[in-house]
Design a protein around this ligand. Structure first.
Ligand SMILES: Nc1ncnc2c1ncn2[C@@H]1O[C@H](COP(=O)(O)OP(=O)(O)OP(=O)(O)O)[C@@H](O)[C@H]1O
Ligand SMILES: [Mg+2]
Length: 465
């Protein structure tokens, strides 16, 4: 379906030619010859964009803009104005115009700006939709995510929390393995029971057995008293075995025995003690591959891998990024006792496009650092440790007032240079055409850094080329 544009302009010839041009470009154009007629059409049906002249009989463009903001606040309005009235264009921007176009209308420019306005608009809609979702965050026991992958995982967590089967969490660093393990534990029948996390990779090899299964006083040097192991501590609850792939082979054998016989024998003891523990194991390495390599017991893998949850890397679930950003922003501003702050569109886009090798943990760190340095401002691209270079087209959106002013000056400058050339560098004639005094033109030349002897410069450069 083609996008529809309401074109409000009293100069018939200009209106017709603009309409023709836009139609050639695939837009549906509805014309109105004054503000009142445009207003009536807006009440009748929706448009994707309104383009309106400022000076018109029966309701001018600024009034139409004001009303359009009320009738159809989501429809961007682009103002067309004669050069001498740039001030009213700025006024219109303040009233919420999406962009403005100077007369005489440059047709390539018209198409370009129309497309841009519609693009920015659709971007806003996406952001707005995401903000709407924020009103009711997609959380599940501290887990944030709205992507189909995450929703499917939440559903599995819900089911897993009603049983005590072993679960294997598989995912890259920072994808939320521990958070998922906690969600499974705290969401269901085990919620009042102990949850004991153990990082298998962080315990010296010589101590793993005694840490897991406990030891008797005097079992080895330093064992000055009886100690209960993690298994017993987790009894009736959950033992979360993180980085399971790092377990040495002998410990794997002992672990397998505990899982099969449901008893532990502390180091230095002979008496077995019954344990009833649910195991949630996590790994960022492919255990099957380790089995082939001979560094992981296949029988243990099958014991643990009763139900497997694969946690996708962050870059594969882009739509969760804005949710996570807002979640962490809220948390860190609150924790640091700062006022709530937001994120500029450009910064959000930079984050949407970032690689996130460290997944959610990296994003969490990026936001924490940004909150520390952003004071009361919105977080912008400069607050991120990676540039906007990754963001295609980040510079095309004049969402910030400054970017807008700059774009306006750039356009004014280009326009004046063109007019000077068209009028054979005659300043009086050019000024007249632009509808400003000669002295204003000179002021503009200064302001916009246009050489006063443009004719000589143009000649020099045409000789040079
Ligand atoms: N879906 C999520 N929603 C909210 N916070 C998340 C989510 N996933 C991860 N986090 C946060 O990101 C950080 C890393 O998560 P977690 O420690 O669970 O990852 P991990 O997979 O265990 O990583 P590693 O393999 O490096 O131990 C934590 O601070 C966690 O709270
Ligand atoms: Mg972890």
């Amino acid at each position: 379906m083609s996008q529809s544009i309401l074109l409000v302009e009293d100069e018939e010839l200009l209106r017709e030619s603009m309409a023709e041009l836009l139609e050639e470009d695939g837009f549906e154009v509805v014309q109105a010859s004054n503000g009142q007629a445009g207003h009536d059409l807006l009440l009748e049906r929706p448009f994707d964009l309104v383009i309106s002249d400022i000076r018109m009989p029966q309701m001018d463009g600024v009034e139409l803009l004001r009303r359009a903001r009320r009738i159809a606040p989501e429809t961007p309005v682009m103002i067309v104005t004669a050069f001498g009235t740039v001030d009213s264009a700025v006024g219109a921007m303040r009233e919420g115009a999406a962009d403005y176009l100077l007369k005489p209308v440059q047709f390539e420019d018209l198409i370009l700006r129309v497309r841009r306005a519609l693009e920015i608009d659709s971007m806003r809609r996406i952001v707005a939709a995401q903000t709407d979702q924020l009103a009711e965050p997609s959380t599940f026991h501290n887990l944030i995510g709205d992507s189909p992958a995450m929703r499917a995982l939440f559903e599995k967590v819900r089911k897993l929390s009603a049983v005590r089967s072993s679960v294997l969490l598989f995912g890259a660093s920072g994808t939320g393995k521990e958070l998922f393990a906690r969600a499974i534990h705290y969401n269901g029948i085990t919620r009042d029971k102990p949850f004991i996390p153990v990082n298998c990779g962080a315990i010296p090899e010589s101590l793993i057995e005694s840490e897991l299964f406990g030891h008797r006083k005097g079992a080895f040097t330093g064992a000055v008293r009886d100690r209960e192991g993690y298994f017993e501590a987790a009894n009736t609850g959950t033992l979360f075995l993180d980085e399971i792939s790092t377990l040495p082979m002998p410990v794997q054998s002992s672990l397998l025995r505990v899982l099969e016989e449901r008893v532990v024998v502390p180091v230095g003891d002979t008496k077995a003690r019954p344990v009833d523990v649910r195991i949630i194991a996590a790994t960022n390495r492919d255990l099957a591959e380790q089995c082939r390599e001979g560094t992981f017991r296949e029988d243990l893998m099958y014991r643990l891998d009763v139900v497997r949850l694969e946690l996708p890397p962050l870059r594969e679930r882009q739509q969760d990024i804005p949710l996570l950003v807002h979640h962490f922003l809220e948390r860190f501003t609150r924790d640091m006792g700062k006022k709530p702050i937001g994120v500029t569109d450009a910064a959000m886009r930079a984050m949407l496009n970032h690689e996130w090798r460290g997944n959610v943990r990296e994003l969490e760190n990026v936001i924490e650092r940004a909150v520390i340095f952003a004071d009361d401002r919105h977080i912008d691209v400069g607050d991120l440790p990676f540039g906007p270079a990754e963001t295609a087209g980040a510079d095309t959106e004049p969402s910030q007032c400054e970017a807008l002013r700059e774009a306006m000056s750039r356009f004014e400058r280009q326009h004046i240079i063109q007019m000077l050339r068209r009028h054979r560098y005659d300043k009086a004639e050019t000024a007249e055409h632009l509808g400003i005094s000669v002295s204003s033109l000179y002021r503009k030349l200064d302001e916009l850094d246009i050489p006063k002897n443009l004719d000589a410069e143009d000649q020099a450069s045409s000789i040079a080329t």
